[in-house]
Design a protein around this ligand. Sequence first.
Ligand SMILES: Cc1ncc(C[n+]2csc(CCOP(=O)(O)OP(=O)(O)O)c2C)c(N)n1
Length: 577
Amino acid sequence: MTQQTEEKVNLMTGAQIFLECLKDAGVDEIFGYPGGKIISIYEALYNCDFIKHYLVRHEQAAVHAAEGYARVTGKPGVALVTSGPGACNAITGIANAYYDGYPIVVFTGQVDLNQIGNDAFQEADIVGITRSCCKHNYLVSDLRDLPRIVKEAFHIATTGKPGPVVVDLPGNILTEKGKYVPVEKIKLPGYNPTYNGHPRQISKALQMLCNAERPVILSGGGVVMSGAHKEITELANTLGIPVTNTLMGMGTYPADGEMSLGMLGMHGNYWANHAVSNCDVLFAVGTRFNDRITGCLKRFAKDAQIIHVDIDPCSISKNVSVDIPIVGDAKNVLDAMLKEFYEKEYEINSDVKHAWFAQIQEWKQKRALPAVSSEKLNPLTVIKEIYNCTKDLDPIIATEVGQHQMWTAQLYKFNHPRQLVTSGGLGTMGFGFPAAMGASIGLKDKVVINIAGDGSIQMNIQELATCVQYNIPVIVAIINNGYLGMVRQWQEKLFNKHYSETKITSPDYVKVAEAYGALGFRVEKAEDIAPTMKKAIEAKRPVFIDFIVEPFEMVYPWVLAGKPLHNVLLSNDGIEC
Ligand SMILES: Cc1ncc(C[n+]2csc(CCOP(=O)(O)OP(=O)(O)O)c2C)c(N)n1
């Protein structure tokens, strides 16, 4: 054979090269949905023994599943969708991962290069559409660029503040033939995330924390991302500083740890909100200070000096102005702080800190979470009981968005990071179920439970078919209150009980489960919760449990939008200031 013919024989299609690129990136599981412009990738997948593809039932779910996978494993998740409608269906998932900062790479099909802009069949300008909701995006316009772009995409998705990267793959690039030349090194001179905090800022911050009389640590999603939970726990315990967390920072300090204040914000703990409102130093790590956390910005921690550690320089002093900014990776910064603390033997004034702790305990005693009173099965009882039945299994808990999400955050005690999978920034109903599916694929031995509302579960309910096809044993606990509960709650309090379009009907979820080939149970009494959970866990199959609950339960504590954090509504009766 001549050298030229030999080279021709060794040529691969763009689609085959694409799979080799994924293999080199360490990817072995992807979520996707085929279509005309990526059919050549599916052809290449047909005999591919190094990538397992999960066929979802909707592209939005493919991206949420990839994010769920990324959240629990710490590895990037991958979704593959076709051009036009497939890519458009993926947008919500991309935006969701962007706001919560999780690393996923979404590959979208595109019409052939020479058809772009010609109103070609199934064309959508996905690079344009996703510009504002992804970390970076690419259109591959030359097959020779494909290995470099895929390598860069994974690098950008997983470094600095993680996020979604979109790679648009024109059909002709995937069918063209070429040689696979792996890329060894990434050269991105304009992209240099800062990992180490400035040493002088770190010393200043440490000094300020040691001198503080009423300090609080606020731990956010960045702590999960950088794997800094041990460091934050050590710092809090060593310096004697109470820790509150954002929804994204759940489990970064153990819920049953001595210094734990639990969640802050709109539905955060009364005592956590009061502690932040009254602290003199707030040490915020890996949080964006979004409005659900700060309440009225002008009055947020208004007497406090604020130290803010974040890997993303853009989030520093964006919402809350900061006294000591530290740009860097949370783990590195906290490590450096601890090292300096031990080496230089900083002193802590334990007496004043004890007084502060005693004050917090007083707030804690005064205001526990609301008591439950109703004839019907109460949603809070369901979540507490799910916690009791599963805490020893250390399960992954996903949620949808609504009241059930806030009750889960309040009542399920998360002792580990990456244990709660929930949509924080975008607040996407329909996220939980596919994300739970992705989480279950990522951690095959874990019990994975999606706590859902009856509204939310109907948004991506079709993924039950995916779970059945691959026997992904996700348990969906539907907190069925017959309403879009969280909106109904706002209508009750703020719109004179005008329940406009929030009463929602449901199918018979037991029959739905059975129709899809899954297991279904209905629970209406508290005593049936534990035995049903046991059956669901033992089944090791996809299960729906329909918990028929009191429709009018409210989520308290509640800081009304725009109010300061300490204006906490504890019941329908009044505001505690
Ligand atoms: C995709 C999407 N559409 C609309 C909303 C607005 N929204 C937030 S909570 C909520 C109600 C959720 O109802 P349900 O899933 O039944 O949960 P519940 O509040 O009753 O626990 C709605 C409509 C949203 N967050 N996401």
